[in-house]
Design a binder for this molecule. Structure first.
Ligand SMILES: Cc1ncc(COP(=O)(O)O)c(C=O)c1O
Ligand SMILES: N[C@@H](CCCC[NH3+])C(=O)O
Length: 418
């Protein structure tokens, strides 16, 4: 079931017409569906609940708007994060630090200090140097830091090379072949408590097998560690489940998690942690944009819209294909093929290429599946204020982030004194 549906000729988010949102809040604007976020969270959490202990830790980087985090926190979600900024967002949104896992290859001492004081669930440690820094910070606070090593299982996630993270050639995690020895050394550290093991092999995976292969490697490590007297409490399988942008047919979250739970039957004492990001928010959002100009050309026709690569960088960065649909279907227009491009001064500033659309200047378009890695990756390039964000809940729409004002563009900047 899709909460973004046409009613008559008009595209709705739940029970609100996107044309009404554009009229009320302007464009470009991100629009999210609360019911979709909730449904996707439940798909993971309910399937995982078949295991004795489990926790969904939503990956904050996918969409970190406070309202999004608050919806998830109310459902009982934990959070996977990669910076003190994300941790502060989680706290501001009412999230529970005891359900936070902290990933990332470059945690600063200040970030460790802040997270330790808050009492987070664990640090997903990605290198030996990080482990030693954490030991020092924990010692200075007279606390024990809960640690899960993020291992790199050297598995091909079969996704875009820029978003593959579990290969030896990637910067992430600790080589799984070295992990047992590092756990043994870590056990000697006075202010480290070994609580788990973690991996995250990439994003937008459309097959279950690489996840299951990684799971096997993690379980083998857990067994080996047990023999060494190190009993871990949890296994964190990361995020990475793909969504449908075009023709992809990724596994349903419930089917994927069911397989994991099945495999963990012999490990009832292990808590199962998941870190889904995209699978929860991508298809819960669209980017609403207006056609400014139609520009015919010899080789190409361009639809120049008011959203650009600074608002949604995925097409420019990964050549990602995202569906672009009219908000109001124009029955009487002949469709034409357009490159849908923004006003930014870069050739790479496109949202979609060669799209068959029946549109006029002034019409609205919706870029689908933009709820994850959309707003969070946006910037002010070309001094463009960042878009507004709206949450639809049934028949109501709520402004959850105001469009940036002109002054926001130079906040914190100073002229030189004479
Ligand atoms: C450590 C970690 N966990 C979870 C995620 C979430 O990934 P996804 O949005 O693909 O589920 C990411 C991003 O890829 C990540 O780096
Ligand atoms: N930002 C990427 C995914 C990377 C995930 C971060 N580890 C995307 O839009 O597809």
């Amino acid at each position: 079931m899709d909460y973004f549906n046409y009613q008559g000729d008009t595209l709705f988010a739940e029970q609100v017409a996107l044309s009404e949102i554009a009229a009320n809040y302007g464009t470009p604007t991100y629009v999210y569906s609360k019911a979709t976020i909730e449904r996707h969270y439940h798909a993971f959490a309910d399937a995982a609940a078949q295991h004795p202990h489990s926790l969904v830790c939503y990956a904050v980087k996918a969409n970190s708007n406070l309202a999004v985090l608050n919806i998830l926190a109310r459902l009982g979600s934990g959070f996977d994060l990669v910076s003190a900024g994300e941790l502060r967002r989680v706290i501001a949104a009412g999230g529970d630090p005891a359900k936070v896992v902290f990933s990332g290859v470059g945690k600063t001492a200040e970030e460790m200090h802040f997270a330790l004081q808050l009492g987070i669930k664990c640090f997903n440690v990605e290198s030996v140097s990080e482990l030693h820094r954490l030991q020092e910070v924990a010692k200075s606070l007279n606390k024990k830091a809960p640690v899960s090593l993020r291992v790199n299982p050297d598995i091909d996630a079969k996704t875009h090379p820029y978003i593959s993270t579990g290969l030896k050639a990637n910067k992430f995690g600790i080589d799984i072949l070295l992990a047992a020895e590092i756990y043994r050394d870590a056990k000697q550290l006075s202010h480290i408590e070994l609580v788990g093991v973690d991996c995250h092999i990439g994003s937008q995976l459309t097959e279950t097998q690489p996840f299951l292969d990684a799971l096997e490697k993690l379980l083998a490590l857990i067994t080996q560690l047990r023999a060494d007297g190190i009993a871990l409490k949890h296994i964190d399988i990361g995020g990475g489940l793909g969504v449908t942008y075009d023709q992809e047919q990724p596994p349903q979250p419930s089917d994927y998690i069911k397989k994991v739970v099945e495999r963990l039957k012999d490990y009832p004492e292990l808590e199962l942690i998941m870190e889904p990001g995209r699978a929860i928010t991508a298809n819960a959002g669209v980017l609403l944009t207006k056609v400014e100009f139609l520009k015919p050309g010899q080789e190409k026709h361009f639809a120049i819209v008011d959203a650009a690569m600074n608002d949604l960088i995925r097409p420019a960065l990964y050549s990602a294909w995202m569906n672009i649909v009219p908000v109001v279907i124009q029955q009487n227009l002949t469709p034409q093929t357009y490159d849908v491009v923004g006003p930014v001064c870069e050739t790479g500033d496109f949202l979609g290429k060669d799209r068959l659309l029946a549109i006029r200047e002034g019409d609205l378009l919706a870029v689908r599946s933009a709820g994850a890695y959309g707003f969070t990756m946006s910037s002010n390039y070309n001094s463009r204020p960042r878009a507004a964000e709206i949450m639809v809940d049934g028949a109501r729409s709520h402004l959850i982030r105001a469009r940036e004002q002109w002054q926001d563009l130079w906040r914190g900047e100073q002229l030189l004194a004479d």
